[in-house]
Write a protein that binds this ligand. Structure first.
Ligand code: NAI
Length: 347
């Protein structure tokens, strides 16, 4: 069922197949230097298995940086299942649970795109190495609201740097993707008095968000071109690229999506246009902080999560301050600061 795939730069990568349930996926452990590799399970209709492998490799590497940025005793890992999330079955999830279990705790999973706490409950029938559950000891539930809270905190830090004021009252924010995180982010932004323009490939989610928070409906293809103060990518990765960056009108980009930059040069392209980009893995670390409280089986988890979120905002502040002082992109500085943390632990 598990076949090892040799990938330079990753500690372990496994192809997971189960003919009976139709499961095809990958589990990637980028690094266990800081602790067991932890990162969510994503289900998506990939064009082919090469695309799924590329995604899991990118995402698991990103998790090493995200967990280090949040100062968690966790390494970086990720898992993906190929397929439309609408077609998932308990049997398929349990097969993935068995695969995760064979890794003996070197990889811990939780929700990512296309997954819910109920899905984690299915996986938990086969393995204890799963978090983001709704019930059970230390259950932390859906991480998405905490991810959204972390993105909001990051936006306030970014707003201070971009606009000289951390208030979001009356700021227009264009939100791309209204799923688990995007919807909660809109909820929080509405609470603090921001104005919203929103887009999602799912028209029902757009209608719901407009009704819930008085948002304006934007177009899926052109949401990034909205005349807004802040663009918040909360759907898929790679949305900041050679085609979209010249079309952005917002001066600040801050969102939840993983791997927002299509390539490393995208960070410089944004900087050259005077657009402040908040490194995604620092902005969206709230969810893994919440999951970590469950993995680490912490009593008083809520307080610990709040302290870690506050420290994450301080890390964002440090990244943006150094980026400005050294005239580099925040993405470069985040990699430098977090890379130093990873190295320190390695020696
Ligand atoms: P989700 O699957 O609940 O929501 C994604 C939403 O994006 C869906 O409503 C989907 O219809 C929409 N969408 C897909 N393609 C789109 C496009 N081209 N334009 C506009 N909308 C599009 O996923 P979730 O959990 O909200 O995650 C969103 C992003 O945040 C992902 O990149 C995920 O990896 C990242 N993330 C999520 C965390 C969490 O706690 N759920 C934690 C950290 C990162």
């Amino acid at each position: 069922m598990l076949t090892r795939v040799a990938i330079e730069g990753h500690e372990e990568v496994w192809r997971v197949e189960d003919a009976e349930t139709g499961l095809l996926g990958f589990i990637a452990l980028h690094s266990t230097q800081l602790g067991p590799a932890a990162g969510g399970l994503r289900m998506r209709s990939y064009p082919d298995s090469d695309a799924a492998l590329a995604d899991v490799l990118n995402l698991s590497r990103g998790m090493s940086f995200k967990n280090a940025a949040a100062n968690l005793p966790l390494g970086g890992g990720k898992a993906v299942i190929l397929g439309d999330p609408a077609t998932k079955t308990p049997a398929l999830l349990r097969a993935m649970g068995r695969a995760i279990h064979t890794l003996g705790g070197r990889y811990w999973t939780a929700e990512d795109m296309g997954m819910s706490p109920e899905d984690m409950a299915q996986i938990a029938r086969e393995t204890p190495y799963v978090a983001g559950r709704d019930s059970g000891p230390f259950a932390s539930g859906d991480p998405s609201p905490v991810t959204a809270r972390g993105v909001l905190n990051a936006m306030c830090v970014g707003a201070r740097h971009a606009f000289g004021d951390d208030s979001l009252v009356g700021r227009r924010i264009a939100v791309q993707g209204l799923g688990h995180v995007g919807w909660h982010l809109c909820r929080l932004l509405h609470q603090v008095g921001a104005d919203l323009t929103v887009a999602d490939t799912d028209a029902a989610r757009v209608a719901q968000t407009c009704a819930d928070f008085g948002a304006e409906a934007g177009d899926v293809e052109t949401i990034h071109t909205t005349d807004a103060d802040i663009f918040a990518p909360c759907a898929i990765g790679g949305t900041l690229n050679a085609a979209t960056i010249p079309e952005l009108r917002a001066r600040l980009v801050a969102g939840a999506a993983n791997n927002q930059l299509a390539s490393p040069d995208a960070a410089d392209a944004l900087r050259e246009r005077g657009i402040l980009y908040l490194p995604d893995y620092v902005a969206n670390g709230g969810g893994i902080i919440n999951v970590a409280a469950e993995i680490l089986r912490l009593d008083g988890g809520d307080r610990w999560v709040a302290e870690k979120l506050s420290a994450l905002s301080d890390t964002m502040e440090r990244v943006l301050t150094r980026a400005r002082a050294e005239d580099r992109s925040p993405a470069y500085l985040a990699d430098l600061i977090v890379g130093e943390r990873l190295l320190r632990r390695a020696v």
